[in-house]
Design a binder for this molecule. Structure first.
Ligand SMILES: NC(=O)C1=CN([C@@H]2O[C@H](COP(=O)(O)OP(=O)(O)OC[C@H]3O[C@@H](n4cnc5c(N)ncnc54)[C@H](O)[C@@H]3O)[C@@H](O)[C@H]2O)C=CC1
Ligand SMILES: CC(=O)C(=O)O
Length: 420
């Protein structure tokens, strides 16, 4: 863990002395547990200006000596380990016979970049739905991150053996991830469109994507920050990854909203209402009315006016409500979080379990449905361990194809103004 849960203790000389004694407790020095303890002692001793020689261990990185009070504080956040493991060294020595050091990283590690409303909803959904047993969180806002980490850790007894770690200054915390979820960035204010966030969020990606992929070359990137389609394109360019490994959360969320709103109209469960929103995650998204069905009964066959201007039942309103959902929720509570968190957890699950499940996600659509531009937008895709495995050749009618091309043009125009 990169964060010490009790900074105040670190000002306490007595505690540091105790830690010195523990450090001298030979048998632990070569163990993985001992490694964390050594780090902590180094940091806390620096805080107290009493330099204690540290046993040599090539795996232990000694922080450069901080000079100001602020730097001292920061160095704790960077390298200190869990204080409770230090003070219980004697108990551990009496309780355990170590057989082998635990494996450091799970094979299903997920990292979430950004611990804001969306990032934390993703983390919470992933942990509570057992999508992964190891989650790392990175955010520049050290206090918020530490608060979120502690709050989650205090619920660990109710989770299925999850390991949660966090860092505010070292992306290495994400190393060896299988899925990396990018939620860092600014969000819309009331009445602001997603596209208006573009340049600010591009800069954030520029600061991190190449580092993230170098620490986790086997990861699949899921971009969530808005405008998600263009930022997925940018992340793909910055990452050097093949297209299959860089995915935008895209209209997986809009599709879920669509199915929910249809279910309300029909008074049956959302899981039983099948329909897709494709194109931009945003104002130019496209409802595929021609494919909406319940138990294989296509609604447009039984009611041809579905989704058109001549529809006395006004199904078109359902799509309008999908588009307005985010604006409405932002107006009411300031941000959207739970649905996107659940949506991203589902995408992560499909990848980690190699499930070959179909989701509407943002991918490079050049050459599909007559689109010539090098743009990312959402189509139904099959997801597996290596990301996007297949794109579904959806049968679209003339109107749907026209709208999809308009969506692609809007995104291409915005993307063309970018300097990546
Ligand atoms: N694709 C989708 O369906 C959805 C996308 N979003 C987007 O997700 C993004 C995040 O939204 P919220 O979580 O509500 O915002 P937020 O403001 O609550 O959180 C953003 C977090 O990013 C962090 N951050 C900023 N720069 C960073 C950097 N360089 N490195 C690490 N962390 C950094 C901030 O400290 C903050 O904690 C926004 O762009 C929003 O529009 C939101 C909902 C749905
Ligand atoms: C904010 C956003 O993109 C959404 O909730 O759809």
């Amino acid at each position: 863990m990169d964060f010490d849960n009790n900074d105040d203790e670190c000002e306490n000389n007595e505690l540091c002395c105790r830690r010195k004694v523990n450090l001298d407790n030979g048998p632990y020095l070569n163990s993985k547990l001992g490694k964390g303890i050594i780090k902590e002692v180094v940091v806390n001793c620096l805080i107290n200006d009493s330099v204690i020689p540290v046993a040599s261990s090539e795996k232990v990185q000694q922080p450069s000596q901080p000079s100001t009070k602020a730097e001292k504080k920061k160095s704790i956040q960077k390298v200190s380990s869990d204080s409770s493991s230090t003070v219980s060294m004697e108990v551990k020595s009496k309780l355990f016979v170590e057989v082998v050091a635990p494996v450091e990283s799970a094979l299903n590690k997920v990292s979430v970049i950004g611990c804001g409303a969306v990032g934390m909803a993703c983390v919470f959904s992933i942990l509570t739905q057992n999508v992964s047993s190891e989650v790392a969180i990175f955010d520049l806002n050290a206090d918020k991150l530490k608060g979120e980490l502690m709050d989650l850790q205090h619920g660990s007894a109710f989770l299925k053996s999850a390991k949660i770690s966090a860092s505010s200054d070292d992306l290495k915390i994400t190393a060896n991830s299988r899925v990396i979820i990018i939620t860092a960035g600014v969000r819309q204010k009331e009445n602001e469109s997603r596209l208006e966030l573009l340049q600010r969020n591009v800069e954030i990606l520029r600061s991190m994507v190449s580092k993230l992929v170098s620490y986790s070359p086997n990861a699949v990137l899921i971009v969530v920050s808005n405008p998600v389609d263009i930022l997925t394109y940018v992340s793909w360019k910055l990452s050097g990854f093949p297209q299959n490994k860089v995915i935008g959360s895209g209209t997986n969320l809009d599709t879920s909203r669509f199915r929910f709103l249809i279910s309300e109209k029909l008074n049956i469960a959302p899981e039983s209402c099948h329909g897709w929103i494709i194109g931009e995650h945003g104002d130019s998204s496209v409802p595929v009315w021609s494919g909406v069905n319940v138990a294989g009964v296509t609604l447009k066959d039984v009611y041809p006016a579905l989704g058109t201007d001549n529809d006395k039942e006004n199904w078109k309103e359902v799509h309008k409500n999908v588009i307005n959902s985010a604006y409405k929720i932002i107006q009411l509570k300031g941000y959207t979080s739970w649905a996107i968190g659940l949506s991203v957890a589902d995408l992560s699950l499909a990848i980690l379990r190699n499930s070959q499940k179909v989701h509407a996600v943002s991918t490079n659509v050049k050459g599909l449905h007559g689109i010539d531009d090098d743009v990312y937008l959402s189509l139904p895709c099959v997801l597996g361990e290596n990301g996007i495995v297949k794109t579904i050749k959806q049968e679209l009618n003339e109107e749907e194809t026209k709208q999809l091309k308009i969506s692609a043009k809007i995104l291409a125009e915005h993307a063309s103004q970018l300097k990546i």
